[in-house]
Design a protein around this ligand. Sequence first.
Ligand code: SAM
Length: 283
Amino acid sequence: MNKFGKLYLCPTPIGNLGDMTFRTLETLKAVDLIAAEDTRNTLKLLNHFDIDVPMTSYYEHNKAQKGGVLMERLKNGANIALVSDAGMPAISDPGEDLVRLCIQEGVEVVPLPGPSAFTTALVASGMPTGRFSFEGFLTTNKRNRKNHLNEVKDDTRTLIFYEAPHKLIYTLEDMLEVLGDREIVLARELTKKFEEFYRTTISEAIDHYSSTPPKGEFVLIIKGADPERIEEERKATLPTPEEMLKELSGSMRGKELTNYVAEKLDLPKREVYDIYLKIKNDL
Ligand code: SAM
C-alpha cells in the first residue's frame, strides 16, 4: 500500500451558497491543501464557511506546470481538494488533466457529488433527458465553431452547451445557420435570484437578445435533430433502385444483385426483383 494522499474533486455552488454539501464542507476542512481555479473567488467561499486551509491556484494557464507540483504533494501524502470557479470541477474547467495524471501515477481520485450547471439546467428544461449530449463551450474560432455544430447537427439527442453572455448572440446565430431553427431553452442565472428558463426557438432568442442584451451565465439546451427529417434526408441522398441496379449490374446479376440492392435501399426484395425484371434487358 502506498502512502499517497488523495485528490478530492469538490463541487461548489453555482450561485446559491445553500447548495454546498455537508460532505464537501467536511472535506474542504480536512484536506492539507485546496487547489482552486480562482483563489480570490474561492477565498470568499472559504471565509463564508469558516474554512482555514492553505490554498494554491490551479487554472488553465498554469495547469501544465502546477500539475507536477500538486502530484509531488499528493505522492508525499498530502490530501488535496480541487475546486473550480463554480460547480463541478473537471466539467468545462481545469481538472481533467490532473485527474488523468493521478490515475496514471496511482493516486486515488475521490469525486464528491454536487452542483453542476448543465444537469441543473437539463432537468428543468422540459427537453428529453433520457439521452443527451453535453457539448461544453463552442470555441472562439469561427470555422471550428461551425465544425463543432456540424458534428452534432444530425444528433437526435438533446444538446447542451455552455455560453458566456457576451458571446451568446454569435453562438445563437451560428446555431441557427447550422442546426436550423430548433426549440431551445436558455437557462440563465441558475440557483440565483434572477434564475430564468426561457423556452423558445433559436430565431426568437436571437430577436429577444438583440433588443435586450443578455446578462448572467447561460446553459443552452437544444432539441435534438428530428429523426424523421434525418430519415427523409438520408432517403433523398440514396440512388433509385433502377440507378443502383444499373450501376452494379457489371459485377452482379440476378437474385444476388436484387437482394443486395434491396438491403442497401431498405426495400422489399420482391419489389426490387420486379424492377430488375422490367429493366433487365437494358442492363
Ligand atoms: N464546472 C462547471 C459546472 O459544470 O458545474 C462549469 C464551469 S464553466 C467554466 C462556466 C459555465 O457554466 C458558464 O459559462 C455557464 O455556461 C455555466 N454556468 C455556471 N454557473 C451557471 C449558472 N448559475 N447559471 C447558468 N449557467 C451557469
